[in-house]
Ligand binder design. Structure first.
Ligand code: CDP
Length: 231
């Protein structure tokens, strides 16, 4: 069957990666979490002291370092879950901490970071048969994607989901702090100049505030089926 490109964009913590992973698995497609790439660059910048006391970024040093930041994905042989590697090191857990979440959006707003990662993402999707989730996949990375989904849910629901996720991983977090981070990232992501988060004109909107994971998965498979039958 002909393979297409699927772009899933939307607000932070609305479960994009859960739905994108399940869709890729059932469709036999590759899954790429573009947010993990921005998170890996952020971790690199944090580790190399590129944020000052007021959290200003040393753009010059980061831009110089970009060619030496290699990000790749490998499947965990046991769980079959994709793991993010930064220069050969598995950083999957570390990039999901609140520390990285609270520094990622300013990093993702830097045009030279976006240019480098967008190029890599386009390379990964050259053969189609890919599900990529993020903020600008349907608008900037794959504007020609055959299926575009724009996901959202209420802030309360999203903060609660992220809080539960971090808790279940054993991280000490405060619900209010998580909610603030979700709101801050949404603000920066929608207001930046380069490739801001916005709904592509041809995207289908999904508000999953009141949907179970099963329900949204079925909905997505239906969208894929309908799209493929159209051709
Ligand atoms: O999963 P969650 O919604 O927490 O976010 P993520 O997909 O891991 O992305 C982390 C951050 O990276 C976002 O808040 C954006 O600032 C940035 N990002 C981006 O700018 N463009 C993308 N295509 C993906 C992520």
């Amino acid at each position: 069957m002909k393979k297409i490109t699927i772009a899933i964009d939307g607000h932070s913590s609305c479960g994009k990666s859960t739905m994108a992973k399940a869709l890729a698995r059932d469709a036999g497609y590759i899954y790429v979490d573009s947010g993990a790439m921005y998170r890996a660059v952020t971790l690199f910048a944090l580790r190399h002291g590129m944020f000052d006391e007021t959290d200003r970024i040393d753009n010059v040093r980061l831009e110089e370092a970009m060619p030496g930041i290699q990000i790749s994905f490998k499947l965990d042989p046991e769980t079959r879950m994709p793991q993010t590697f930064l220069n050969g090191e598995n950083v999957e857990e570390e990039i999901r901490t609140l520390k990285v979440s609270s520094h990622v959006s300013p990093i993702a707003a830097l045009p030279f970071v976006r240019a480098a990662l967008t190029r890599q993402q386009q390379e990964m999707g050259k053969e189609k048969g890919i599900v990529m989730d993020g903020r600008d996949i349907g608008t900037a990375v794959f504007p020609q994607a055959e299926l575009k989904i724009f996901v959202t849910a209420s802030t309360e629901v999203r903060a609660r989901r992220r809080y539960d996720e971090l808790k279940s991983k054993g991280q000490q977090v405060d619900l209010e702090e998580v909610r603030k981070n979700v709101e801050e990232r949404d603000y920066i992501d929608t207001h930046r100049e380069t490739a801001p988060l916005r709904q592509a004109e041809d995207a289908i909107v999904l508000d999953n505030s009141n949907m179970t994971i099963e329900e949204q998965h079925r909905w997505l498979l239906e969208q894929l089926q309908t799209r493929i039958e159209k051709d």
